[in-house]
Design a protein around this ligand. Structure first.
Ligand code: PLP
Length: 461
């Protein structure tokens, strides 16, 4: 352990990502976490933290779930080939069958890759091949990964603009504002779009929920126009919303369902999609099409064995628990929001919640009176709250596209009492409002604020 920790910051800074290290230091997050168990992480000083982000929805059963660790040991004990290319991967077939049993006949064919972005690439290729069309609609505020195809559908300029995009990708508004529905329908009716790519909840976009019924309207339009509805459940899937996948309570079935992250318990990388035999055959009808899309480690033995066991553990009892515990968390957060002027809004369902923070607007030292634009003050506030929570032993983080929103996205096995402790800690932190304003106001802290503003990319690089 000593070897692992000594020089760790310098190594990361020198050999991996100096800007990441700089950001962690500037904002006050810098800690090393050599061990993790269940819903807790332990830092290098032996201090324990309650984890409320679960690897952005990747460790839904908690870190190093004993059943999954045992599944890895059991699988390896049989000395299987870790993967094969000239014969079927045996565990891949079993995982695909287990998924089909949970998803039904219209999503019974699976493709496995190694990450979310790769899974999105596979889904887009299936839609292009099946429709022989070359355009894609995606949603502003969406997040589908950082490989070039997925990045072309990135709903935030900051991440997309520095790189070339695929032609034919067009953004539309997410969620169903009435004046925007017509626009989407008109576009889809041109029958020029291969796919409509969307998340059921935009988590990285700030935990944005669509209007009830919007996605089923989109699904009907897609069906009528021969467009593939690709639903990205990479972060919402595997129990996060209280269903195995969020769409299962939304009144429609996508043409292509994309998953990754928590499917293999966050232990072995995996990604993939499920679709119907009809979509699959339409995309890949000829004998020579069998390898039009594949990847070396996709469907490998360990990932698939652990994923199959994860699906078994993500049973109805766990899903019901997510709904109950999640509802109580939502109630607690809403009560807090009603009493705290620093919370603009609380949004979410199941065990995914976003807390939108608003900077203080009254009192002697508001950010505005200090000449700090409100948008920057809100981001500084969100990071300041996250850092104060970290100091109290709770791990939260802002969402990627909207850094004014704190996500609460714990492992699904978290206890209600642990969540209650977190909400109390958040309450105490928000009551330190005066400390935030003096933090921004004091000369030294101004410097930190300026460095923080740079780390938050408020000035051009
Ligand atoms: N889609 C969604 C909704 C995600 O949240 C993410 C990652 O956060 C991705 C796609 C990309 O997944 P990966 O990071 O495994 O490529």
């Amino acid at each position: 352990m000593k070897e692992l920790l000594s020089g760790a910051w310098e190594r990361h800074e020198k050999f991996i990502n100096p800007k990441f290290v700089q950001r962690l230091r500037t904002l006050g997050y810098a800690r090393l976490f050599p061990t993790a168990r269940g819903v807790e992480l332990e830092d290098a000083e032996g201090r324990r933290y309650l984890d409320l982000i679960a690897g952005f929805g990747s460790v839904n059963l908690g870190f190093n779930h004993p059943e999954l660790v045992a599944e890895i040991a059991r699988t390896l004990a049989a000395s299987p080939p870790s993967f094969l290319h000239f014969a079927p991967n045996l565990e891949a077939g079993r995982l695909a069958e287990a998924l089909a049993a949970r998803l039904g006949p219209s999503l019974s064919m699976a493709f496995f890759a190694n990450s979310g972005a790769e899974a999105v690439e596979g889904a887009l290729k299936l839609a292009f091949a099946a429709t022989r069309r070359a355009r894609v609609l995606y949603c502003a505020g969406g997040y589908h990964g950082l490989t070039l195809g997925a990045l072309s559908a990135m709903g935030a300029e900051r991440l997309r603009a520095p790189f070339p995009s695929l032609p034919g990708f067009e953004a539309v508004a997410f969620g169903g504002a009435p004046d925007q529905r017509g626009g989407i329908a008109d576009k889809l009716r041109t029958k020029r779009y291969a796919a409509f790519l969307v998340e059921p909840i935009q988590i990285e976009g700030g935990v944005k929920m669509p209007k009830v019924g919007w996605l089923s309207e989109i699904a009907a339009l897609c069906r009528a126009t021969g467009t593939a509805l690709i639903l990205d459940e990479i972060q919402t899937g595997i129990g996060r919303t209280g269903d195995l996948f969020a769409y299962q309570s939304m009144g429609f079935v996508p043409d292509i369902l994309v998953y990754a992250k928590a499917l293999s318990g966050g232990l072995i990388p995996i990604g993939g999609y499920s679709t119907s035999p009809e979509w699959w055959k339409r995309a890949y009808p000829r004998g020579e099409d069998f390898d039009l899309h594949s990847t070396t480690f996709g469907g490998n033995t360990l990932a698939c064995a652990v994923a199959r066991r994860t699906l078994e553990l993500c049973d109805e009892a766990l899903l019901a628990r997510v709904r109950t515990v999640g509802d109580r968390l939502g109630e607690r957060l809403r009560t807090l929001a009603a009493n705290s002027p620093l919370i603009a809004e609380v949004r979410g369902t199941g065990l995914i919640w976003g807390i939108a923070l608003a900077p203080p607007t009254s009192g002697a030292l508001t950010a505005l009176t200090l000449g700090i634009p409100n948008a920057i003050a809100a981001r500084l506030l969100a990071h300041w709250v996250a850092v104060r929570l970290l100091e109290r032993g709770f791990i939260t983080e802002t969402t990627t596209h909207d850094e004014t929103v704190l996500r609460v996205e714990p492992a699904l096995i978290i206890e209600e009492e642990q969540l209650a402790r977190f909400v109390d800690a958040l309450d105490e932190t928000l009551l330190e409002n005066e400390r935030f304003t003096s933090f921004v106001a004091s000369a030294g802290a101004r410097l930190i604020g300026n460095a923080a503003a740079r780390a938050l990319r408020t000035t051009p690089p």
